[in-house]
Design a protein around this ligand. Structure first.
Ligand code: HMG
Ligand code: MG
Length: 283
């Protein structure tokens, strides 16, 4: 039997958050419902962030209320602070995610605070998620390059990843937020993180700005990573990362993984349909 690799679908959140045109809630729900049929085990649906910061995600509760939940699929939401966590819990998110940065410049731009302050702010979220039995994932952004601070030292990524695990994250997603990573810088970063955490606790989250994301996925597979974040249609970008392009496209990752002999359990025809739907939402 082929080795399993899981793709965590990001399209409805990371894919759409950067779109300037406000996408109708019903269209977001339709995308999630189609994705629910594709075989994903986890779909990031939305984020409970300040609507002043990311207006596109202001309908987070409505989207979660409107989707048809498929059995065996976990519907996730980003939660930057306790207010976001409370919104996500009320909307019955199956899991939440906290998100930190490996650089001070990006932390300030994305969360309006230092790395240390962000970790302090996540502590009550972690405590509440633990008490409620809601799984919590963690992101580390700008793992190889930061648009404000330049190249990111691998040791900084390892430090923040470990801090997120100490807070209770079951998995750490390593974000090449602006898609400037190369197989060499991704490998160096992963080796530093793997000195602290096992591969089974890590995921690769690569944006495809320079067309190297699939090569970066392959470099990560070589080091034992078996979970990758991707967005159907290759949508996306972070509003607080100048130059950030879309996530690597789910359908492209699924195709490359199949070529390499890995099984994703995904229905490629439904993925193609979802990719077309996602692309049509783009302004
Ligand atoms: P702030 O302005 O410092 O916070 O923002 P504040 O506490 O002063 O609050 C400002 C206003 O927002 C207040 O409203 C709060 O009530 C409200 P006002 O009193 O002015 O009317 N507010 C909220 N509303 C709804 N939900 C909330 C919430 N929190 C405060 N949770 C804050 C700090 C963290 C809130 C802000 O910086 C923020 O929302 N940042 C999120 C930015 C974001 O979503 N970025 C994109 C996601 S991260 C990403 O894409 C990277 C990733 O994909 C991995 C990778 O690629 O690297 C994950
Ligand atoms: Mg991202």
């Amino acid at each position: 039997m082929a080795d399993m690799v899981e793709i965590f679908e990001m399209g409805p959140r990371d894919g759409l958050q950067n779109e300037r045109r406000l996408i109708p809630t019903a269209q977001k729900i339709a995308l999630v419902d189609l994705l629910s049929k594709a075989g994903f085990r986890r779909i990031e649906v939305t984020s409970f962030v300040s609507p002043k910061w990311v207006p596109q995600m202001a309908d987070a509760a409505e989207v979660l209320a409107g989707i048809a939940r498929a059995p065996g699929v976990r519907y996730a939401a980003l939660t930057p602070n306790l207010k976001g966590y409370e919104g996500a819990r009320a909307a019955r998110a199956d899991e939440v995610a906290i998100f930190a940065s490996a650089s001070e410049g990006f932390s300030r731009a994305n969360l309006n605070c230092s790395i240390a302050e962000s970790l302090d702010r996540f502590a009550p979220v972690a405590e509440a998620a633990r008490a409620d039995g809601i799984p919590m994932r963690g992101y580390v952004s700008v793992v190889t390059d930061c648009p404000f601070d330049g190249p990111t030292p691998p040791a900084a990524v390892a430090r923040v990843a470990s801090a997120l695990v100490d807070l209770g994250c079951y998995e750490i997603s390593l974000g090449d937020t602006i898609g400037q990573g190369t197989p060499d810088t991704i490998r160096a970063m992963l080796e530093a993180v793997l000195a602290e955490l096992p591969a089974a606790r890590l995921a690769g989250h690569y944006h495809d700005t320079t067309g190297r994301a699939l090569d970066n996925v392959e470099a990560s597979l070589d080091l034992g990573i078996r979970v990758f974040d991707a967005a159907v249609g290759g949508l996306g970008g972070c509003p607080y990362a100048p130059g950030a392009a879309g996530n690597v496209a789910t359908e492209a990752v699924a195709a490359r993984l199949a070529d390499l002999g890995f099984d994703t359990g995904l229905d490629r025809a439904i993925l193609a349909e979802a990719a077309a739907m996602a692309r049509a939402m783009r302004g």
